[in-house]
Ligand binder design. Structure first.
Ligand SMILES: *Cc1c(COP(=O)(O)O)cnc(C)c1O
Length: 360
């Protein structure tokens, strides 16, 4: 075990020691030259991670703030949007869009499933006024990885924007902002980026930047135009979480040197390993279709229906310092979600399995 408290949670995750050290360095000032250099560095590295030629904006907020920013910058009151809803975070995009007076339609899928492409196509054919599709790449409430590329093929060469919540999906799965024709992608520091919570990242396509001009929703702190204007000067519009951006520079160097593809493969192997180990100790996999299983977490359900998940996670956390997530929504007492982000390895999974065996 590398940390006093080992987080088997789908974000936040443990922060590797070299990055923790970076975070504890002296504070620098965001209007000075040394910060400008770091901002330019991290923006370049974020572009490599997002696989885009567009600038990636950094917001001081958790992921939900970045989701809200995408709505207020890219749409207007009354705009019709479609939410592809495969779980809790699909619900969240619906709630945000409704708060801002958008006309929200949704295609809702049972937890543990992905969307039906035919239904999305049909919806778009029947509703030619749709201004945007909002979807979750990796749905953290269920562990399902939704195919973004196929939706990009539908919105490409149309006026409809494709907005993707990639908050947990980035880094541990392939992602291609430009090639997949994504118009807005949001990500957040505390999931795959090896950092604590506090900053989020947004990239916007040329097509979406044009739509930004017609958006009439109120915004001040979230106004992307301010971020673009200041970025030209190598500055943020407001005081950012300076330490996190310094840490981000270190984290991105590590991620890019290792290679996102290598990380994808390693995480996929760890996911399969974790699945097998949990099957051995009386759990079944929540997602039947292997092709839609993501690499952020492993969702499992105990075969013994009397197993008290709440008690199990409490003992693991309080007695053994192993924090494991429960399910969300209707699965709160029925599911474990074992997060495998950051530095978690097979030995950590073995350790967790040993502790669970001792408890149940
Ligand atoms: C974590 C997460 C969020 C945002 O959560 P915050 O707590 O606001 O950072 C949104 N969507 C998904 C898919 C997530 O995993």
């Amino acid at each position: 075990m590398k940390h006093k408290k080992q987080l088997f949670t789908p974000g936040p995750s443990n922060v590797p020691d070299p990055i923790l050290e970076e975070l504890s360095k002296d504070v620098i000032h965001h209007r000075m030259g040394d910060y400008k250099k770091i901002l330019e560095d991290v923006t370049g590295k974020l572009k490599s991670v997002f696989k885009t030629s567009e600038d990636v904006l950094i917001l001081t907020s958790s992921g939900t703030g970045a989701m809200e920013s995408s709505i207020v910058n890219l749409f207007s009151k009354g705009d019709h949007v479609l939410v592809i809803n495969t779980g809790n975070f699909g619900d969240r995009y619906i709630e945000i869009a409704e708060v801002f007076g958008l006309k929200v339609s949704s295609l809702k899928y049972e937890w543990g499933n992905t969307y039906s492409l035919a239904e999305v196509k049909q919806f778009l054919a029947d509703n030619t006024d749709v201004k945007g599709i909002l979807m979750t790449y990796h749905e953290t409430s269920t562990g399902v990885l939704n195919d973004v590329k196929r939706i990009g093929e539908l919105t490409k060469d149309t006026d409809t924007l494709l907005i993707t919540d990639c908050i947990s999906g980035m880094i541990v799965h392939p992602f291609e902002f430009d090639q997949w024709n994504v118009d807005c992608a949001v990500a957040s520091s505390q999931k795959g980026f090896l950092l604590p919570p506090g900053i989020s990242f947004v990239s916007i396509s040329k097509k979406a930047q044009k739509q930004m001009e017609r958006s009439n929703l109120p915004k001040y702190y979230w106004d992307y135009k301010k971020y673009y204007d200041y970025l030209k000067k190598g500055q943020p519009p407001f005081t950012p979480a300076i330490q996190l951006i310094v840490g981000l520079n270190k984290a991105l160097t590590y991620i890019l040197e290792k290679g996102v593809t290598t990380i994808n493969t390693e995480k996929q192997e760890l996911r399969t390993y974790t699945e097998e180990r949990f099957k051995e100790i009386g759990f079944t996999l929540f997602i039947e279709d292997e092709s839609i299983r993501g690499n952020v977490l492993v969702p499992v359900v105990p075969t013994n229906k009397d197993l008290d998940i709440k008690k199990l996670t409490k003992i693991l956390d309080e007695t053994y310092d192993l924090s494991v997530s429960k399910g969300q929504g209707q699965y709160v007492t029925k599911m474990l979600r074992i997060g495998i982000l950051s530095e978690i390895g097979k030995d950590d999974i073995d350790d967790l399995i040993g502790k669970i065996k001792a408890i149940v």
